[in-house]
Design a protein around this ligand. Sequence first.
Ligand SMILES: [Zn+2]
Length: 152
Amino acid sequence: MKAKNSYTIPIPKEMLQRIDRMSSPAHVGKLQHAIDFIAPLGTPVLAAAEGVITYVKDDSNIGGPDPAYWSYSNFITIKHSNGEFSRYDHLDFKSSNVRLYDKVQVGETIARVGLTGYTYLPHLHFQVFIFTGYNIWTDFETIEVNDFERII
Ligand SMILES: [Zn+2]
């Protein structure tokens, strides 16, 4: 299926080291369309499209290259007007600039790159998803997004 949506790169271009779609062992199944943006610790994380904040977790300060850390990722989700959601993972401890139900504009800084959760190097894990049920942990599918590699 061809992507019809349009999102901007959620990291300032001058801070982006590379885009990595395939290297993480976690990008399988539901997460197959997730994208990792490799960038230094503390890099601003930007809203990839305008929308409303639907989830904010930034109270974790642990992480590492082990699935045991899976549930310790700080993350934010944004709901967009087309019914899709974007999600930003591994955010730094207490780095969130937004709160639940805030409206954000495209390019607005929402948090900073951290090392929380299951992560092997500082990066932003980004995914666009739709809900297939009501449970944020299980009832979703990631969807393909526009070709970021072509716009950097
Ligand atoms: Zn990832």
